[in-house]
Write a protein that binds this ligand. Structure first.
Ligand SMILES: Cc1cc2nc3c(=O)[nH]c(=O)nc-3n(C[C@H](O)[C@H](O)[C@H](O)COP(=O)(O)O)c2cc1C
Length: 197
């Protein structure tokens, strides 16, 4: 049988492992690199899509994702900041679910710093015309900036989503018995409990 990890029966260890995996996901192509982000549609229905996890700060319990100001997700967050994020790493057999609120940053220090740290290849997406989600007469009937200089124009559409976790749920799958734990925060006050898996 697989050896059990040190966090197996350690509640604080499970939380630390969740943040470690998220940090690793933001830095590398691990299972946590491309989580799913859920927003509430303007009709009240859930909307889900894959995103790239760009940054994690466990001190402030925040996660960073980039998007286009013209996208549905940006409009949805502006209308209702409640979001949820899901990641699963099949190798680690760990699922993390986060619920919290998101804030959109554009044209401020947060957005400028994220833009400065992003690769030219990534910047090109924000210069796409027409904007994301626009119906097209043919699959290729859109344009993108042709060089790095033109891609700079995308900065005006570039948004950073900063998600602050209010609740985090951790699930580790093991033959010896799964471990499921829930952590929630009210300000800085933390509540932690094991849950039946
Ligand atoms: C692997 C992968 C990574 C993606 N990363 C992002 C991302 O970081 N930000 C983003 O806005 N869209 C990303 N997308 C595209 C979204 O999943 C989605 O199709 C698009 O943003 C439109 O979503 P919306 O209409 O809900 O705003 C990614 C898609 C894939 C498959």
């Amino acid at each position: 049988m697989t050896e059990l990890p040190p966090f197996y029966d350690d509640l604080a260890g499970c939380l630390a492992e969740a943040w470690r995996r998220l940090e690793e996901g933001a830095a590398h192509q691990s299972g946590f690199h491309t989580p799913a982000l859920a927003t509430l549609g303007r009709d009240g229905a859930p909307r889900l899509r894959t995103v790239v996890l760009r940054g994690v700060d466990r001190e402030s319990r925040s996660l960073r994702v980039h998007c286009d100001a013209r996208s549905d997700k940006a409009a949805e967050i502006a209308a209702d900041p409640r979001v949820s994020l899901h990641a699963y790493d099949p190798k680690a057999k760990i699922q993390v679910r986060i619920e919290g609120t998101a804030r959109l940053h554009g044209g401020d220090e947060v957005a400028r710093a994220a833009w400065a740290a992003s690769r030219p290849m990534s910047r090109v997406c924000y210069g796409t015309t027409p904007g994301p989600g626009t119906p097209l007469p043919a699959g290729g009937a859109y344009a993108q900036p042709r060089d790095d200089e033109a891609a700079e124009a995308g900065l005006s559409e570039f948004r950073v989503i900063v998600l602050t976790a209010a609740r985090l749920e951790f699930l580790y799958l093991a033959r010896q018995g799964h471990r499921r734990a829930s952590f929630s925060w009210d300000g800085d006050a933390e509540t932690a409990t094991w849950l039946a898996p």
